[in-house]
Write a protein that binds this ligand. Sequence first.
Ligand SMILES: Nc1ncnc2c1ncn2[C@@H]1O[C@H](COP(=O)(O)OP(=O)(O)OP(=O)(O)O)[C@@H](O)[C@H]1O
Length: 262
Amino acid sequence: MTDGPAPPTHTDIAIAGSHIAKRFGHVQALTDASVTVRAGEVVALFGDNGAGKSTFLKTLLGIVQPDQGELVIGDETVKPSSVRDTQHRGVETVHQDLALAPDLSIIDNMFLGHEVVHRGIRGRLGTLARRRMGERADAALRELGIMLPSLTIPVRDLSGGQRQAVAVARAVMWAHTAVLMDEPTAALGARQSEIVCELMRTIAGRGLGVLVVSHDLPRVLKAADRVTILWRGRTALEADAASLTVPDAVAAMVGYHKEEAA
Ligand SMILES: Nc1ncnc2c1ncn2[C@@H]1O[C@H](COP(=O)(O)OP(=O)(O)OP(=O)(O)O)[C@@H](O)[C@H]1O
């Protein structure tokens, strides 16, 4: 009997898209793209500019409706029609622009996009509820090892790395299935990027699936369990991160990889 890796069962899946196709007018953005993220793992999604990474993410999020293919979140086949749909299924996103409100406090930002904050912003939330929000935000940040001087200061007073950390913590606070991250290290220095990669591992360690779209190959490859590479709207390569070198990843991104070379 051989002891290979167990094939994914439906219940292993945090989030997946299979054989996704999507056309915008004359542009075939996705032709046959598949990515599977299991609970508890970090999957890196690489691809050259225009390969279809953003379109694939938007499809998973319900922003773009695919022409073909199947989406699975948790143990269900789904057809999300909005971001709210995917949020209700426990999927949260850390957008490249972070989607933080600079003039609001860290606490308010942690609740942004979720009903309670709207009441809070308008000042109709009681002191007790506001204190509970603070405690919840504080616990979520601490669980990820994120230390900030105060949670009542506006986000505009934070460094780039601290803002990224707040956006990640907000996603984790609300997610119970998967966290999708779009270029999380793009605006960060080396040390801050390392910290964000450590956060990816921490999040996966909590049983969430993590999908990271990135051009930061060396760093994200080290943090990932598996890698999927898109090339011209297709899945060109799926590999264990440990078995993939950066040059092999780059070769697949430009349409040339081992299987084709053989
Ligand atoms: N709404 C749209 N309308 C028309 N074409 C689109 C639309 N969205 C994406 N495309 C096209 O689909 C293709 C894939 O784009 P996509 O943004 O998904 O690639 P990407 O891999 O995320 O690229 P990048 O790394 O540059 O962000 C590109 O040719 C792009 O111009």
